[in-house]
Design a protein around this ligand. Structure first.
Ligand SMILES: [Zn+2]
Length: 58
């Protein structure tokens, strides 16, 4: 069984300081941005972005 859930959420890009949509994953109650994605506004990596809006799916 795969215990890792992935879904869409809003994340806060620390570079351009905008919220953008990205894939996030849920790992034992902790939500983090799926590595390897880029901000749609400034093309910075989202690896360090903070998740700001998580759907109730968890
Ligand atoms: Zn950005």
């Amino acid at each position: 069984m795969n215990t890792m859930k992935r879904f869409k959420a809003q994340v806060h890009c620390p570079i351009c300081r905008h919220n953008v949509g990205a894939d996030v994953e849920l790992l034992r109650k902790k939500v983090r941005v799926v590595p390897g994605q880029w901000c749609t506004r400034c093309a910075a990596t989202l690896d360090v972005a903070g998740v700001v809006d998580v759907p109730e799916a968890a």
